[in-house]
Ligand binder design. Structure first.
Ligand SMILES: [Fe+2]
Length: 571
């Protein structure tokens, strides 16, 4: 589970950061020591000022038997527990998953999870001196709270879906004024998210990391294996059912055996995407109709799937849709904190809409100048940096922007972003090559809110999630003709809608670009190098810039030009 920290004060988000941004290891897992240090330092908080600590769990499966074993297993038996787990997964790999093995596997994982509690408590008390009570929060309940408390909805249907967490892959809640009523649970054995991960692996990518590549690839194929995949995972009885009866490596093996030798991975991706959309939409439609509450808030890694989110938004039963911007496990810290602060009968925390997700570290002019001097690069101070950046983009340059507080969640939303004009479709080849990325979905656009209707169809009920780039929309003909670089082969784009109040400086860059070119959209892609996390500090930004691929870097008001030279590019 990806690590991180969120700090709430009186139900307000004070700070949030993901461990990967500080350790510089993508999707860093484990105890988030660096995030805790940074959150305390940046907010000027002493450990004894923290009133309560919430920790989301991932491997816990509460059963009487498991709890009975705790006394023995919680003592220092780590090598033995490791051996148990390895043996269980080896048997699963060899023979497939019998119900007994499934059960044993989850129970053993659960015991590991419970042992982890002790270690977390020791770190929090011993290493950091926290004295506040520590509460452990169920994985899917934490996802659900992240969605509900940032939805702005008093009454909502809240649905979580992921690969697996605490032996579940989905929860359904009806929430009214902060009171959560759980209506449904799907076990992780019956997880459609896990099947998406198996297909990601079979297509040659990293499972639980590169699922987005499958979503992009899907548009290039035909869903000719959807029927076959539904023999493995299907919608039945108001939930998803693992018809294949296998999981993890046994499932990968069974899928590979069932597929013809000559399959094209585009078709396989398309088939998996089709199954996810059909299964996911049938599931959500059923529960919306059951709760009779058509305002929907979603979280969990499955909802990183921007195409699925579009399909859900298009359901007649859905009035409004919100996807929490940190929908994957990076959002659990915030969700757990909300669970503790807001859920329950005595709650005082009201669900509010997020105006933005700039919850991370910010660096001042002095730190920027120090980083520039340390890296030995030249930089000029530009008073009207926004106008200059807009001019450079209009001239056909690739410009990285580093400013203000870092974004929470997986997407760069302007403060750690690479910007380029959206007029040249070839950019998806040459810029990805320069950034050493392989993507099947085109770059995403940032679009001025007031021009959104000119660019995208069916925005009603979807403008709020579109602030955070969490779903695709069909593009208008006007958009397809003028900004083809951000339009996928299926005619969709995944926009970030930006208004003036949310981020005035970023807004102004796009608005100045519009004044020059007449176009209200530019490409916004995350500022990071190949397989690295998004840059965090000015030092990270300058090092990533020097790694190549970019023409200019704007750090605050400082402008750096690529030392190798920047030929103007026209398209
Ligand atoms: Fe999760």
């Amino acid at each position: 589970m990806t690590g991180g920290v969120a700090l709430l004060e009186d139900g307000r988000i004070l700070y949030a950061i993901h461990e990967e941004r500080l350790t510089r290891e993508k999707m860093a897992t484990g105890f988030p020591s660096e995030s805790i240090k940074k959150a305390l330092a940046d907010t000027g908080t002493r450990p004894e000022e923290i009133g309560a600590i919430a920790v989301a769990t991932v491997n816990e499966f509460f059963r009487e038997k498991a709890i009975a074993y705790d006394g023995w297993l919680l003592r220092d038996q780590a090598p033995l527990k490791e051996a148990f787990l390895n043996a269980a997964s080896a048997v699963n790999r060899t023979f497939g998953a019998t119900p007994f093995l499934q059960q044993s596997y989850y129970e053993l994982k659960s015991l590991m999870g419970r042992a982890r509690r002790k270690s977390i408590e020791t770190h929090l008390r011993g290493d950091f001196g926290f004295t506040a009570p520590i509460k452990f929060i169920n994985h899917h309940f934490a996802h659900a709270c992240s969605a509900y408390f940032t939805s702005g909805l008093g009454d909502a249907t809240v649905i979580t879906m992921d690969g697996a967490g605490d032996n579940s892959s989905s929860h359904v809640y009806r929430v009214q004024d902060g009171r959560f009523r759980r209506l449904h649970n799907i076990s992780s054995f019956d997880s459609v998210g896990n099947y998406y991960a198996y297909i990601t692996h079979i297509c040659g990518f990293k499972a639980q990391k590169h699922e987005g590549k499958i979503t992009g690839l899907a548009a290039y194929g035909e869903p000719i294996y959807a029927g076959l995949l539904k023999q493995f995972i299907a919608y039945e009885n108001a939930g998803t059912v693992n018809k294949g009866g296998v999981f993890y490596w046994a499932a990968v093996k069974a899928l590979e055996k069932a597929l013809p030798a000559s399959y094209k991975r585009e078709d396989l991706a398309s088939s998996m995407q089709r199954v996810l959309e059909e299964v996911g939409c049938a599931y959500i439609d059923h529960w919306i109709r059951t709760t009779e509450c058509s305002d929907l808030a979603l979280a969990g890694g499955v909802f990183a799937n921007v195409k699925l989110n579009q399909r859900i938004h298009e359901l007649k039963s859905v009035r409004s849709l919100f996807v929490h911007p940190g929908m994957g496990d990076e959002g659990l810290a915030l969700g757990a904190a909300f669970a503790l602060a807001g859920a329950g009968s005595e709650n005082t925390v009201r669900p509010e809409k997020l105006s933005d997700v700039y919850f991370g570290p910010e660096y001042g002019e002095r730190e920027t100048q120090a980083a520039i001097a340390h890296e030995g690069v030249e930089a000029g101070f530009v008073p009207d940096i926004e106008r200059r950046v807009a001019e450079l983009i209009a001239q056909g340059h690739v410009v990285a922007r580093f400013a203000g507080k870092m974004e929470y969640g997986p997407r760069a939303l302007g403060n750690r972003s690479i910007l380029y004009q959206a007029t040249d479709p070839k950019v998806n080849d040459w810029l990805n090559e320069r950034l050493k990325r392989s993507e099947f979905m085109p770059f995403a656009p940032v679009t001025l809110e007031e021009y959104a209707g000119q660019c995208y169809e069916n925005l009603e009920g979807g403008r709020y999630p579109a602030k955070f780039m969490t779903m695709t929309f069909d593009c208008t003909r006007w958009m397809k003709e003028r900004c083809p670089a951000v339009v996928h082969v299926d005619g969709t784009a995944r926009p970030q809608l930006i208004d003036r109040e949310t981020n005035p400086s970023y807004y102004r860059i796009v608005d100045e670009y519009r004044k020059i070119t007449g176009l209200p959209s530019v490409i916004n892609t995350s500022f990071n190098m190949h397989e690295e996390p998004i840059v965090c500090s000015p030092g990270d930004a300058i090092r990533a810039f020097l790694d190549g691929g970019l023409d200019y870097l704007a750090v605050g008001n400082f402008l750096l030009e690529n030392p190798a030279g920047v030929p103007p590019r026209t398209s």
